[in-house]
Design a binder for this molecule. Structure first.
Ligand SMILES: *Cc1c(COP(=O)(O)O)cnc(C)c1O
Length: 401
């Protein structure tokens, strides 16, 4: 008992020891500023940054010069949305996104609305998927940007990105995708998917926190951005600030490892995820998967345990790191905006738990977690009068009436 298990890999991932190893010299002997042009220390740092730029680009089918380093996906999303909105304000004032986006897209959209832009928030179906036709219909002559996430951070569903990309291109509208949960987990290619801007983050793919990148199309179409951070003119003037060299080296190494190991790792995680699902479904009744099972990240499972409050379940499983959807900011537990957008049947959203598997999880852990979840759900249901009623029995009469 008391064994700790980490199944919250959509929130963040541990740094791969190989990534740590690659980063270490850049804190000590190779500490130079990549912008120093007149000595070995600067050149060494710049060389490392350019290697990382190629590693990031290679993972998503981009060119090195199309990669802008940032502090993470939140900054990348802000730079993409606000940067495009400001730069192309002369051509339009309308953006299209989805209701199930991460807060790091929704909040910049709200900020743009306060500045006078208009934003269409498209609904999703019960599986969590966007209909590309809805995107097409939402486009107006004033539309300058479509932003749709690649894979959802709560329910793991993978949106029809290539189809949306094609529609955006047909209409001459720029297309951004928050691919933070997809890059390194499933094949992402900015050319196949007709993506113009793409956000990614190191700490969701076994790299360090506080570093990420924005892909900005340059190869066949010069996408321009209004800088959101002014200063020394780093990153071709788009993102000023001394580069986080150790972090960038870590991001590059994390990308190279993902590229190398993705096919085997995705398969292994899919097998573990499916095993977890099968164990839970055979050990419990009234459990339901939220979001499409067909179009889904291999490492994600989001499951509702009817008649059980997800928060109570997480308390009962304190030594297992799980999540009830996205971190709630208010004191009142409320179903996340993603689960609400699915219009799930009664009781489903409140009982939903997210399982996020990762590189360092084992089959033994899957079996352990499944057993603990089954045990805890069974116990909590025994205490639930609703469950008794639903089963046709009388409410538990052992408590005070
Ligand atoms: C984690 C996450 C973010 C935020 O990334 P940071 O690098 O932590 O800023 C944005 N979008 C999605 C989909 C995420 O999962």
């Amino acid at each position: 008992m008391g064994k700790e298990v980490y199944f919250d890999n959509h929130a963040t991932t541990p740094v791969d020891p190989r990534v740590v190893e690659a980063m270490l010299p850049y804190f000590t002997e190779k500490f130079g500023n990549a912008a120093s042009k007149s000595h070995r220390f600067g050149w060494e740092a710049e060389r490392a940054v350019e290697t990382a730029r190629r590693q990031v680009a290679a993972l998503i089918g981009a060119e090195a010069r199309e990669i802008v380093f940032t502090s993470g996906a939140t900054e990348s999303n802000n730079l993409a949305l606000k940067g495009v909105a400001e730069r192309y304000a002369g051509q339009g004032d309308h953006l299209i996104t989805a209701l199930t986006e991460h807060k790091a897209v929704l909040d910049p959209c709200r900020a743009l609305e306060r500045r006078g832009y208009r934003v269409t928030y498209l609904p999703v179906d019960r599986e969590g998927l966007l209909d590309p036709d809805d995107v097409r219909k939402a486009i107006t002559p004033r539309t300058i940007l479509i932003s749709v996430m690649y894979a959802n951070n709560e329910i793991g569903v993978v949106q029809p990105i290539a189809e949306i990309g094609r529609i955006a291109r047909e209409h001459g509208v720029l297309f951004h995708t928050d691919a933070t949960q997809a890059v390194g987990k499933i094949p992402v290619d900015v050319n196949r998917d007709a993506v113009d801007l793409l956000s990614l983050s190191a700490h969701k793919m076994y790299g360090p926190k506080g570093v990420g990148a924005l892909y900005v199309r340059h190869r066949d179409r010069q996408v321009e951005l209004a800088a959101q951070m002014d200063g020394g003119g780093h990153e071709r003037g788009v993102r000023s600030g001394t580069l986080n060299v150790p972090g960038i080296v870590g991001l590059g190494e994390a990308c190279a490892i993902c590229q190398q190991e993705m096919p085997q790792e995705a398969e292994r995680l899919r097998r573990l995820r499916d095993r977890l699902k099968t164990l839970l479904e055979s050990g419990l009744e009234e459990v339901y998967v939220n979001g499409s099972m067909e179009r889904r990240l291999p490492n994600n499972l989001n499951m509702s345990f009817l008649y059980v409050e997800a928060d109570a379940l997480l308390v009962a499983l304190k030594d297992i790191a799980l999540s009830t959807g996205s971190a709630c900011t208010s004191a009142i537990p409320e179903p996340s905006h993603v689960l609400r957008a699915l219009h799930l049947p009664e009781g489903r959203a409140q009982s939903a738990v997210r399982f996020g598997l990762g590189r360092f999880n084992t089959e033994e852990e899957v079996d352990y977690v499944a057993a603990r979840v089954i045990e805890a759900v069974t116990k909590l249901r025994e205490l639930s009068p609703l469950y008794e009623l639903a089963r046709g029995g009388s409410p538990n009469a052992s408590g005070p009436s």
